[in-house]
Design a protein around this ligand. Structure first.
Ligand code: ACO
Length: 426
């Protein structure tokens, strides 16, 4: 039975339906508000606004819970692969063995990139950021693969094409940026193994696959698979709501993710740690700068709009660093700085009072660095991991009969009507 919230405004009483999610989240359905009262709501940054009903990801920021299709992220990180998790995100259930094999075969079939696309890469100015290139290239894919996704099978192929080709394109852009020969995907390698091989194999030093590295990459991408309505996902949904094609919608999502307050933070974390190391800054000085309201400096990799406790992904990422780095016999001074920062921040009253905990980006940079991924590629790595989530969210939005084109309102605070004044009279 539907419950209602009562709103009395301008002497008028409105009964607004209450929606309750399967995990008990409550929302007031205000769709009739403007029509009935003339009022709109004001919520910059959408902290109290739900824009959709979704069945994909559940997160509880107070308790530090993250689940894809109901399955805890910890279990997926331990037992699943990125390809299997991608299937789960898109289809809403785990695949059978046959379905997973078929998905892997199709990913291999789709892994090559049209040779003409290499020309694009070569014409970007040197020093272009890989996220700018990736966003442009994903949009360009629409011109190379213009078929419409008329049915579920067409959509499945588009999904696999994107997942497979974006990985190839990312490795290709790295090779081209270094002036190296592009390495083609191998059909006998799994998704993550293929990426590592395409990145690091060279004619003079063949890449030897390491199962710990493959596992680490699987975990990294699983942890980034989806995160419900964050900035980039909301962007993908918003662009898709105008019925823009999936490539254009994802390209917009990639641009949003690039921002240093969002996915770009993983690069910024390493830059911050490097600066602390290079300039020999004291940890307490850095913490003091982060707390100083007159200083724009923020501790990168700390804080989250929704998590008000430890980000569960950061916990797994930290464990991954603790296992992978010793195995690789890497001693990274930046990891020591990161640990010292974390320790002090977690016991500092400013960080405690503001509920500021390390987020996923805090440790992911360290892990990617250990794997040999260049810093400028960090956010691209995030984007590859987020693809299945974006695609699942884009599709869910498209299939939801309650969704309309996104069109927020505003409260105009500008000048009232006034007349145009000719130059001579100004
Ligand atoms: N260092 C120092 N202070 C911080 C930090 C930080 N990293 N993050 C938030 N604060 C403080 C703010 O100064 C503000 O203080 P005040 O209330 O005393 O004025 C308070 O905490 C709330 O901050 P907001 O910016 O209002 O929080 P919001 O939810 O809008 O922003 C965000 C969240 C963008 C993640 C923010 O915490 C931040 O900038 N973090 C650093 C960048 C980062 O790591 N981004 C990655 C996010 S995770 C992801 O996208 C994968």
């Amino acid at each position: 039975m539907t419950e209602f919230a009562t709103l009395t405004i301008d002497g008028k009483t409105l009964e607004l339906p209450i929606l309750i999610g399967t995990e008990g989240e409550r929302a007031i359905d205000i769709r009739t508000l403007r029509q009935e009262t003339g009022f709109i709501t004001y919520d910059p940054g959408y902290g109290s606004t739900g824009c959709c009903k979704s069945e994909i990801t559940f997160m509880d920021g107070e308790k530090g819970i993250l689940r894809y299709r109901g399955i805890p992220i910890e279990q997926l990180a331990e037992h699943s692969s990125f390809v299997e998790t991608s299937y789960l995100l898109l289809h809403g259930r785990l695949p059978s063995r046959e379905e997973l094999t078929r998905t892997s075969v199709m990913l291999n079939d789709q892994s090559l990139v049209h040779e003409d696309m290499q020309i694009f890469y070569q014409n970007f100015p040197r020093g272009s950021h890989p996220m700018g290139i990736l966003s442009a290239m994903v949009n360009a894919l629409r011109s190379f693969y213009p078929e419409l996704m008329a049915d579920d099978e067409g959509f499945e192929i588009t999904f696999l094409r994107l997942l497979s080709k974006v990985r190839t394109m990312a490795a290709m852009s790295y090779k081209i940026s270094r002036g190296h020969k592009v390495v083609y995907p191998r059909p006998d390698y799994t998704y993550c193994a293929n990426f590592l091989n395409m990145m690091f194999d060279t004619p003079v030093k063949p890449y030897v696959l390491d199962k710990d590295m493959v596992k680490a990459l699987n975990v990294f991408w699983i942890l980034h698979g989806d995160h419900e309505q964050n900035c980039s996902t909301a962007t993908v949904r918003t662009v898709g709501s105008a019925r823009a094609n999936i490539y254009a919608s994802l390209s917009a999502g990639i641009s949003a993710l690039w921002g240093p307050l969002h996915g770009g933070a993983n690069q910024k974390v390493i830059e911050m740690l490097t600066q602390i190391h290079r300039e020999g800054l004291g940890i307490s000085e850095v913490i003091a700068n982060a707390k100083d309201k007159n200083n724009p400096f923020r501790l990168m990799g700390f804080g989250h709009r929704v998590y008000k406790t430890y980000d569960p992904r950061a916990k797994i990422m930290k464990q991954m660093c603790d296992t992978v780095l010793p195995k690789l016999e890497i001693h990274d001074p930046l990891l020591d700085i990161a640990k010292a920062l974390e320790e002090i921040a977690l016991s500092d009253s400013y960080f405690i009072d503001h509920n500021l905990y390390p987020n996923v980006d805090f440790y992911s940079g360290i892990l990617l660095r250990a794997m040999g991924i260049p810093t400028s590629m960090f956010t691209v790595m995030f984007a590859i991991g987020r693809l299945p989530g974006w695609i699942a969210q884009w599709k869910e939005n498209l299939d939801d009969p309650e969704q309309r084109i996104c069109r927020p309102r505003q409260i105009y605070m500008g000048r009232n009507a006034n007349d145009y004044v000719p130059f001579n009279d100004r």
